[in-house]
Design a protein around this ligand. Structure first.
Ligand SMILES: O=C(O)c1ccccc1NCC(=O)[C@H](O)[C@H](O)COP(=O)(O)O
Length: 266
């Protein structure tokens, strides 16, 4: 692990240590959202009435800088839900992605589909926080965590009733999959170089352990890609920038879904 990912993870440890001083785990456990029963993204991805798209609210990124600073969580996420997203992904990292816990809490209040807390989880405290702000799923990035850390964090999340998406970028990282992980994502973006290789998902699909829900992540920018990925066995498609870079992400999402439905009907 090196470069931007090293920087993000180092900052995450500092950030989490500071937040622990501000709000205890006991306090987070008292919130009403912490007591809510999470939704299952794995189940929503099986619903044929939905698109399989996990639509991401992403204002900025290390690879692209500012993507969209104009739109609101309300306008974008409610449109994604209305037009058939199977789930939402909300960036909660502030420094590198311009997101926040407040973004996720707003999305939770407005949408009744599963929400992934998109962040760099290195500590159990962030998983308690994820539940307390209304997330249903947490992300664990194999590149940032040892096999033991993945196992421990996934078990902790599972015990809180949250689902776990383990993100991999290479075949060897699949050794980190455990029973407490329901969803395995292949990130087409190399997080150390930002290079996107769309073929990465299709190459790794056959190696993902049976019984796990397969998600393709990053660099998906057209409906033909979804059709190819479905044929390769993927049930979920995590898409951020393709919609967020537009002045009107809701309209871009609606048009994409409509084109996908027309192609799928043929
Ligand atoms: O997007 C980045 O630049 C990035 C850099 C470093 C770590 C993570 C990064 N992205 C997180 C993601 O995985 C994507 O937001 C997600 O898969 C959606 O990708 P896209 O559709 O390409 O926006």
């Amino acid at each position: 692990m090196k470069n931007i990912l090293t920087e993000i993870v180092a900052h995450k440890h500092v950030e989490v240590a500071a937040r622990k001083q501000q709000r205890s785990v006991e306090e987070l456990e008292q919130t009403s959202l912490f007591k809510r029963t999470p939704l299952s993204l794995a189940q929503f991805l099986q619903d044929p009435a939905k698109t399989g798209i996990i639509a991401e609210f992403k204002r900025r990124s290390p690879s692209k800088g500012l993507i969209n600073g104009e739109v609101t969580v309300q306008d974008v996420t409610t449109a994604y839900t209305r037009y058939g997203a199977s789930g939402l992904s909300v960036l909660t990292d502030e420094k590198f992605f311009g997101g926040s816990s407040d973004d996720l809490q707003q999305a939770r209040a407005l949408n009744n589909i599963p929400i992934l807390r998109k962040d760099f989880i290195v500590d159990e405290y962030q998983i308690v926080e994820a539940k307390a702000i209304g997330a249903d799923v947490i992300l664990l990035i194999a590149e940032c965590l040892t096999k033991d850390e993945v196992a421990q964090l996934a078990k902790f999340a599972h015990n809180l009733g949250l689902e776990v998406l383990l993100e991999v970028h290479s075949g060897d990282q699949l050794e980190k999959v455990t029973d407490h992980i329901q969803l395995v994502g292949v990130n087409n973006r190399d997080l150390t170089t930002f290079r996107v290789d769309f073929n990465r998902s299709c190459e790794l699909a056959p190696q993902i352990p049976a019984g796990k829900c397969k998600i393709a992540e990053s660099g998906i920018s057209n409906t033909d890609a979804i059709i190819t990925l479905k044929q390769a066995g993927f049930q979920g498609f995590l898409i951020g920038e393709h919609f967020m870079k537009e002045a009107n992400p809701p309209r871009a999402f609606e048009q994409f879904v409509s084109e996908l439905a027309n192609k799928s009907a043929k």
